[in-house]
Ligand binder design. Sequence first.
Ligand SMILES: [Fe+2]
Length: 240
Amino acid sequence: MIDLHCHLLPGIDDGPETLELALQLARHAVASGIRVSTVTPHMHAGRYENRATSIRRAAAEFQAVLDREGIGLRIRVAAEVRLDHEVLSWIAEGQVPFLGRWHDENVMLLELPHSHVPVGADKLVEWLLRQGIRPMIAHPERNKDIMRSVEKLLPFVRLGCLLQVTAGAVAGSFGDGARIRAEDLLGKGWVTVLASDAHNMESRPPELEPGRSAAAAIVGEAESWNLVRHRPAEILEVNA
Ligand SMILES: [Fe+2]
């Protein structure tokens, strides 16, 4: 399986604080059937000042350690970009690492605030689309506004945003509200991929299988594999 959204790099955001903890996460990912993990450190103005250059450097160092330790996990690089006006300058500077490609466009993992959908968010999405950048909305099922009303997500779906739902949310690890919205989005056929959004071993481990099997009950076995293997592979342009 391929995990398109996780925080595995040590000391770069709210993921693992140490290399030892990061290696524990990587070993767990492999034991859980994950072969490729796209690390997506937060880019969040004023909070996590990561940029493509520094993320790529940290990821290369981490891959070297994984190889030395014999941990069979391939690391790919992207970022989880917080919706903010700063995004415009980050893109102009070429400092946003994209997830990959989708129908000849770059895919960017876009994070909304957890509490609400800001007014004007759709305008930023329209601007991104004009730049040839297709946003993938990170974990919409955990946004409080969207949990209350799926209407809040509609403008993004209509604009053609891709959707990444958290595997653990489908499996129930984020509570009933997130699970119910995740199931609803799966049932509507709107979900592009499932990803772990792993941060730690305790509450957000790097696992996809519990979510995939829960999703299979809604979308069927074949589509459940599309969510964790075939579509992520297509975006990364690697073999599934
Ligand atoms: Fe994340």
